[in-house]
Design a protein around this ligand. Structure first.
Ligand SMILES: Nc1ncnc2c1ncn2[C@@H]1O[C@H](COP(=O)(O)OP(=O)(O)OP(=O)(O)O)[C@@H](O)[C@H]1O
Length: 759
């Protein structure tokens, strides 16, 4: 038995990870998986290549499978079923605004926020009979109490799904605030009455009937209504019937004594129970890029390989023709992986149902937010059912190597419920298995850029400027660095006999130019979908950038992974998550303008404990580059005197200062990045470190085989104890089933299985 089973992973998933050659969970898997399996929200920050995909996908698959299996065997969700057995009603810890405090017994809530309303719902809703609960004002402030569906906003009465009565003597529904009853305040007790037979809601104050406040609209009759409260700098004490009631009117039942059949607990409402066969998505995983979405979906498929009865359905939703995606959804999908744009389109067009979503995963959460997806994320979040409690509620999972931005924090505050932060690496998140060096370049000293052969295509930012050997302008040096970098890149490749490298450029246009440059060299060859490009072509290359079609990107990445192409030239599209086994080198032609992107770029090497080298070509002079905010506008094809000016001068260029960016990177790494020698040899400290592994050829190889051996030894040592534990657990479960069966026979209750289970 593998150690994955020790953290509660089901055998089918253990078999799948074993087939992938995974012996032990990585630290982030070890920490995050149990938290997810037990129903918590998780924010996980762990270094690149540390196995975060498995950390969220494996437990999700397990819970989705359990849910489907429970439905298939005739019950509703097994976890929801357990919830329903207990009608104990309390304030929900899960279904509340983050700034609302609730006492551990679930009977008192308090908000000290003076500006905003903060609300919560109770754990039990009612859809039949006449029920009552009461609430006392324990501390002066503003409050509204009443009833609402689980889809209603917690700011009671501000939408069509909630009915509130406020301390100022107003009733509120659908944003209409009308006079009703009397005002109330400290020590007053408000009774909340719901008559499902008549479809009416009324209130009492200290036992005095205030008359009918609302007629429940036809469309909401039959829907479960939950006690709901919202407060501004106030405190309320609630009594659902577990304590003696002060004023329960005749004919009404205290909520906690309402018949079970008339109540709905958590996510398991009568509306849900009706549809046990439809396969509506249970998990939605958002990725910031199509390539990454595809990779995650592939992982999900591989993990689900041995899960049968029922077989899980996972589907990818990125660009491309929508019809097949509509068909897949109509046939039923359990786990959706996609990019935000396509997912929201499908949701808004009604093709992708959000009714059954229990998991919302933001992979590379910081990138999703940086790329302007906050509104989409909130729109989606707003559509998911959230009123389940315990393990049936919506779980939000946020993962990345860099999760520390203020945007991530404020989004988490809005969409997560008490998330546990699994922070295994802090802000740095760089694996020890990556070495970092810079190649410092100065066109004022290295004049090789002036040679005309080989010609280097550049970005035309200086198409209108004079450049040449006798000039000393900033423009001249800027053009110089553009022509120098590709030449030095080739020297670097040759010096270190690089077989494979991922090369990052700043823009799609820069990628195209570098591809042209490689192809112009003897030994250069572009990959055009033909596997005979061959690694024997010394500078064979292809491009992975947002400007290439998805088909081409997919094909290029595959060719690079399979070794048909030596150099993959890419934009930051490939900086996140892309997993290429045993990649030895990452080269930054230009440093990215944010240090967290550096972390993600270099995280493409040093994965799975293999060694990797990150080399950055850093200019000593500032470089003028294109920087257009207008999408689709490409002035580099038609540079003129106005658009080659800087932003401040009204043009579309900026001066790019890599020395400053290098400082940011070094601050992030907490150490200076050493430079290679003038002959491009590795700095002595790094050369000494990797000497034992065979010099540069150590990159791409395992950092230290002893760790794998350790892992194997650990598994072998634990196996007998784990087997014993598993068999004890089986025995305990079987005796429990037999006891339950005997109890069923004695009490005349029909159980699903009447067969005595044998130990
Ligand atoms: N428990 C494990 N044992 C061995 N290999 C593993 C394990 N978990 C994941 N891997 C492998 O490690 C590699 C990196 O995994 P993954 O892509 O999930 O990392 P990540 O943390 O998401 O990285 P990034 O931050 O770059 O997205 C993959 O090739 C995966 O197959």
């Amino acid at each position: 038995m593998a150690a994955f089973a020790e953290i509660g992973l089901m055998p089918e998933l253990v078999q799948a990870v074993e087939e992938l050659g995974w012996l032990l969970p990585t630290p982030v898997q070890q920490e995050a998986m149990p938290l997810i399996l037990t129903g918590g929200d998780v924010m996980a920050a762990a270094e690149t290549g540390s196995g975060k995909t498995g950390a969220f996908a494996l437990p999700i698959l397990q819970i989705v499978h359990e849910t489907l299996r429970a439905r298939q065997t005739g019950g509703s969700d097994a976890r929801a079923g357990n919830e329903q057995e207990a009608v104990r009603c309390a304030l929900s810890m899960d279904d509340r605004d983050p700034l609302l405090a609730i006492t551990p017994d679930g009977y008192k809530c308090q908000s000290r926020d003076q500006r905003n309303w903060n609300g919560c719902r109770a754990t039990v809703g009612v859809f039949a009979g006449k029920v009552y609960f009461e609430v006392s004002v324990a501390d002066e402030g503003l409050c509204r109490v009443g009833w609402a569906t689980r889809a209603a906003r917690l700011e009671l009465g501000t939408d069509s799904q909630g009915f509130g009565f406020g301390g100022t003597g107003k009733k509120s529904h659908d944003k209409a605030f009308d006079d009703y009853g009397q005002s109330y305040g400290l020590h007053d007790t408000i009774g909340c009455l719901l008559d499902c037979n008549q479809g009416s809601i009324s209130f009492t104050k200290n036992g005095q009937d205030l008359g009918m406040a609302f007629k429940v609209p036809q469309k909401l009759q039959g829907a479960a209504l939950y006690p709901t409260f919202c407060l501004k700098n106030a405190e309320l004490q609630v009594n659902f019937g577990d304590q003696p009631m002060k004023h329960c009117p005749a004919g009404y039942t205290p909520l906690s004594r309402a018949p079970k059949e008339a109540t709905a607990a958590g996510a398991s409402t009568p509306a849900d129970a009706g549809d046990s066969t439809a396969r509506r998505p249970t998990a939605i995983i958002l990725e910031p890029a199509k390539d990454l979405a595809e990779q995650t979906n592939d992982f999900v498929g591989a993990f689900a390989k041995f899960m049968t009865n029922p077989q899980l359905r996972n589907e990818l939703f990125i660009g491309g023709p929508p019809k097949p995606q509509h068909r897949a959804l109509a046939e039923g999908v359990d786990i959706v992986t996609g990019t935000p744009g396509r997912v929201i389109d499908l949701v808004e067009s009604g093709k992708l149902s959000t009714d059954a979503v229990r998991f919302f995963v933001l992979d590379e959460a910081d990138r999703l937010l940086d790329t302007g997806n906050f509104d989409t994320i909130m729109k989606l979040f707003g559509r998911f059912p959230k009123a389940g409690s315990g393990e049936t509620r919506l779980q939000v999972l946020m993962f990345s190597a860099t999760l520390h931005s203020p945007e991530v924090k404020s989004t988490a505050e809005k969409i997560c419920q008490n998330p546990v932060l699994v922070d295994l690496k802090g802000k740095e998140a760089v694996p020890e298995s990556v070495d970092h060096v810079i190649v410092s370049l100065d066109p004022r000293e290295d004049k090789s850029w002036l040679q005309s052969n080989p010609a280097v295509p550049t970005d035309n930012a200086h198409a209108l400027d004079k450049t040449g050997p006798n000039l000393t302008t900033n423009e001249n040096w800027s053009e110089g660095i553009k022509r120098l970098k590709p030449r030095v890149l080739i020297r670097l490749i040759d010096t270190h006999k690089m077989d494979q490298a991922l090369i990052f450029c700043r823009t799609n246009f820069d990628c195209d130019n570098l591809e042209k440059f490689f192809n112009s060299l003897a030994g250069g060859r572009a990959f055009r979908g033909r596997k005979d490009t061959g690694p024997e072509a010394q500078y064979s290359c292809c491009v992975l950038g947002g400007a290439r079609s998805m088909d081409e990107r997919r094909e290029n990445l595959q060719a690079f992974k399979e070794g048909y192409v030596r150099f993959l030239i890419c934009t930051d599209v490939a900086a996140r998550g892309i997993d290429i086994s045993g990649l030895p080198y990452v080269i930054n032609m230009t440093l990215p303008d944010r240090s967290e992107d550096y972390i993600h770029r270099v995280g493409r090497v040093g994965r799975q404990d293999k060694l990797g080298l990150a080399i950055s070509l850093v200019s000593a002079v500032e470089e003028k580059v294109w920087y257009c905010t207008k999408q689709g506008y490409k002035p580099w094809f038609k540079p003129d005197a106005s658009n080659t000016k800087t932003h401040e001068e009204g043009g579309h260029c900026i001066w790019y200062n890599e020395q400053a960016l290098l400082k940011d990177v070094e601050a992030r790494l907490h150490r200076p990045v050493p430079a290679v020698a003038p002959d491009l040899a590795l700095p002595p400290e790094i050369a000494a470190k990797i000497q034992q592994g065979g010099g540069s050829s150590a990159y791409g190889q395992a950092a230290d085989d002893s760790s794998a051996q350790e892992a194997r030894k650990h598994v072998e040592q634990l196996a007998p104890a784990v087997k014993l534990l598993a068999s004890l657990e089986t025995q305990a479960q079987l005796s429990f089933f037999n006891l339950k069966r005997k109890w069923g026979q004695a009490s005349g209750v029909q159980l699903h299985s009447d067969v005595e289970m044998k130990l």
